[in-house]
Write a protein that binds this ligand. Structure first.
Ligand SMILES: [Zn+2]
Length: 312
């Protein structure tokens, strides 16, 4: 009885399969005759393959991130601050949030303690309104020589690598702390879109491309697209940040300080220059030599040029 049933299954199955094969052949032929129309169907397979490659690549990235972070991988690292940016990860537009309606927090703490100076060059043009050109300058210009290495300011992921008329060769990085940094007038890009970078990684070489009248780095710091004066965060003279963290205020004009950023943690730094003494630093930051010695655990009063000391 069961044997007969098995035979029945085999015979029926063979007929069914050969009919299916026929149908497939027919479809295949008809597809061939309208090859152009049918092309997207073929491409579906390619897309799937590409997807698989992408997934594998993503997994590799995840693995490398995980190994860097001692296996303490967090989703935030995949696309830095993605929630904050309302899942927006645009890799072709420098300022994709312009005019976009989205949730914006009233205030948020920004941790800048993991900083690295994008270049050691001094400020050649400050952030702010330029009377001569009747327009705002949304970044700080820093002196460089063509070919100087440009460093990522914080850990993050490269969002845009492009060439534009104004910015010239430009790179945008989104950082885990919620900030985005923009690097303009570069001579050479050394990173690709979606690449993860660590603070200090060399991302490009400085240059004079775009609307630029001499070699310099145009450096912007933005929060959810809103330009923030980089000089409020970075002390470009002493090559340090003024503070470890800041609070960003969405409605700065309603806030007492009238500034988008305000320091939160009372920690400030000073990089020792030639001629600096504990006395001169204490005077500059309105503190006492004994306080500087205590918070920096200094036993001697002698300072070394380049040494970074806490001043508050
Ligand atoms: Zn500039």
């Amino acid at each position: 009885m069961s044997k007969a049933f098995l035979y029945f299954l085999i015979i029926f199955g063979t007929i069914f399969m050969s009919e299916n094969a026929d149908a497939r052949t027919k479809r295949h032929h008809s597809r061939k005759s309208v090859a152009r129309v049918a092309k997207p169907i073929v491409r579906t397979t390619d897309d799937l393959l590409a997807d698989q490659v992408r997934i594998n690549r993503e997994k590799l990235r995840l693995d490398s991130v995980a190994s860097l972070k001692d296996n303490s991988y967090e989703e935030d690292d995949l696309y830095p601050a993605l929630d904050l940016y309302d899942n927006n990860w645009n890799t072709s537009v420098v300022h994709p949030l312009k005019g976009k309606q989205m949730y914006r927090p009233d205030s948020l703490v920004i941790d800048v303690s993991g900083f690295y100076m994008p270049t050691m060059g001094d400020v050649t043009s400050e952030y702010g309104y330029r009377k001569r050109f009747h327009r705002n300058h949304y970044g700080t210009d820093l002196k460089i020589q063509i070919g100087d290495p440009i460093h990522a300011a914080f850990d993050g992921r490269v969002r845009v690598v492009a060439r534009q008329r104004g910015y010239g060769n430009v790179i945008v990085i989104r950082h885990n702390n919620g900030l985005e940094t923009v690097y303009g007038h570069l001579s050479k890009h050394l990173v690709i879109v979606d690449q993860y970078v660590k603070a200090g990684d060399i991302i490009a070489l400085g240059g004079n491309t775009g609307r630029s009248t001499g070699p310099h780095l145009h450096f912007e710091t933005r929060f959810l697209g809103t330009p923030i004066n980089p000089e409020e965060i970075f002390d470009f003279t002493n090559k340090v940040t003024h503070m470890d963290s800041y609070v960003y205020y969405e409605n700065a004009n309603k806030h007492k300080s009238n500034k988008a950023l305000e320091s939160v943690v009372g920690i400030a730094y000073h990089k020792v220059k030639s001629g600096d003494t504990l006395f001169s630093i204490a005077e500059k930051y309105g503190t006492k030599i004994s306080v500087l010695k205590k918070i920096n655990k200094l036993r001697k009063s002698k300072l070394q040029v380049g040494q970074v000391i806490r001043t508050a």
